[in-house]
Design a protein around this ligand. Structure first.
Ligand SMILES: Nc1nc2c(ncn2[C@@H]2O[C@H](COP(=O)(O)OP(=O)(O)OP(=O)(O)O)[C@@H](O)[C@H]2O)c(=O)[nH]1
Ligand SMILES: [Mg+2]
Length: 392
């Protein structure tokens, strides 16, 4: 029976995991991958309890709406409206045009709460970690860079940055990776998101990558101890033109219209989450946002404020398609490794598993396609902050 290639999306609450998948599917369907594969979203949307799984096309709409709403204004606004609670599967289907050669990549996309080491979902998450071959660690870039930039280090202290991105918790979860005594290759990809601001600065994405190497140094060191581990850093632009501007303490503005997230401008003025500056009227109050507490700590996460690029509100994702390409290339290398080494006892089962992961694809043909994409620069191994730290 064929089974999909399983990828686990990891990362803190609201860091942009699902939106990144939406842009990944979008770019895979419409970008240069299209010349080699017919790509389709084969997700079957589920319902769990009161929550219905959001379709990726709706997540793309959320981004394009945000770009459209703030077109031609200089509003500084908040993102992050509706947190999810569950773990969902999104399935990317690849087919060689006109042939019965097809395979699926299945992304397990959990809510950020699943990556709290002492949270109620920790056991479940550990199970996923044992079960997957590829791990995507999504990083909320403003909170990664905040503690190190002069302008923001006071309001976004290091403990806050680490807390929001659940850096320590993820380090713990990664210890559950099982590599069967080095026979079973694994891949970890660090993906900084919401990094548009840095992408627009000369050398900005290289600074982000450098910071990933410092903040995740222990993860990288521990992972490097596995003999067959691939480690890559790959910044992705999900929206392209929603740029980080500043942090402010998290407040709620209570008016007759109901509660809105806001920041204080001065003693009697606030800015709402939609970017409107409002004077405080009699009877209106401003309180701390209790939801801004970072779970498991007493720290408050400051809100991250964004602005559209002046004169350009296009939806312009970048390098999101690199993720599936690097993943397929890795799985091919894993297959070839298993074939060459013929591990005793283990070989038969892993080969069977890998064959099933590639569905009805012809391995030689797939290898040629990946080789061609590589020589044409469609698969990127460097530039724009992309860096391969370790390859087995
Ligand atoms: N500025 C900016 N905002 C983004 C970007 N990607 C996503 N967002 C916004 O960030 C918020 C969180 O994005 P999601 O993709 O829902 O985050 P998530 O990690 O899946 O969140 P949970 O599932 O609740 O943990 C949404 O309001 C998105 O519209 C981006 O590249 N830039
Ligand atoms: Mg999500």
């Amino acid at each position: 029976m064929s089974q999909p290639l399983k990828v686990l999306m990891m990362g803190g609450r609201r860091c942009g995991k699902t939106s990144a998948l939406a842009s990944l599917f979008e770019q895979a369907k419409n970008g240069p991958i299209n010349n080699y594969f017919t790509v389709a979203d084969r997700t079957i949307l589920e319902t769990k309890g009161i929550e219905r799984q959001e379709s990726l096309s709706n997540k793309t709409l959320e981004l394009t709406n945000m770009l459209e709403t703030n077109k031609d204004n200089s509003n500084v606004f908040l993102v992050d409206q509706a947190p999810t609670m569950n773990s969902w599967l999104y399935k990317l289907h690849l087919q060689i045009p006109g042939k019965k050669r097809e395979m699926d990549i299945e992304f397990r996309d959990s809510a950020g709460e699943f990556f709290e080491a002492s949270g109620q979902h920790a056991r479940e998450t550990e199970e996923y970690v044992r079960d997957c071959d590829v791990f995507v660690i999504v990083i909320d870039t403003p909170y990664l860079m905040g503690p190190y930039d002069e302008a923001t280090k006071e309001i976004c202290r290091e403990s806050i940055g680490l807390g929001v991105n659940r850096v320590k918790d993820i380090q713990d979860f990664l210890t559950h990776i099982t590599d069967n005594d080095g026979k079973d290759a694994k891949m970890v990809i660090f993906v900084p998101l919401k990094c548009e601001k840095w992408a627009k600065e000369p050398g900005g994405l290289n600074r982000v990558t450098q910071r990933v190497k410092e903040v995740y140094a222990t993860h990288i060191k521990n992972l490097s101890a596995y003999s067959k581990m691939n480690i890559t850093i790959m910044p992705m632009l999900t929206a392209g033109n929603i740029n980080f501007v500043e942090f402010h303490d998290a407040y709620i503005y209570h008016s007759i219209e109901g509660p809105k997230r806001c920041c204080r401008i001065d003693a009697d003025k606030i800015r709402t989450e939609f970017g409107e500056i409002e004077p405080l009227m009699p009877g209106e109050t401003v309180t701390e946002d209790s939801k801004a507490v970072i779970a498991g700590t007493s720290l408050m996460r400051p809100y991250c404020w964004y602005q559209i690029t002046p004169g350009d509100n296009s939806y312009a994702p970048r390098n999101c398609d690199q993720l599936p390409l690097h993943i397929i290339r890795f799985m091919l290398a894993k297959l070839i490794d298993a074939q060459t080494n013929e591990y005793k006892g283990f070989f038969g089962s892993i080969l069977k598993f890998l064959r099933s992961v590639f569905g009805t694809m012809d391995i030689d043909e797939l290898r040629d396609i990946i080789g061609d994409m590589q020589s044409k620069g469609i698969i990127k191994d460097k530039g724009e902050g992309i860096e391969i730290i370790k390859r087995f």
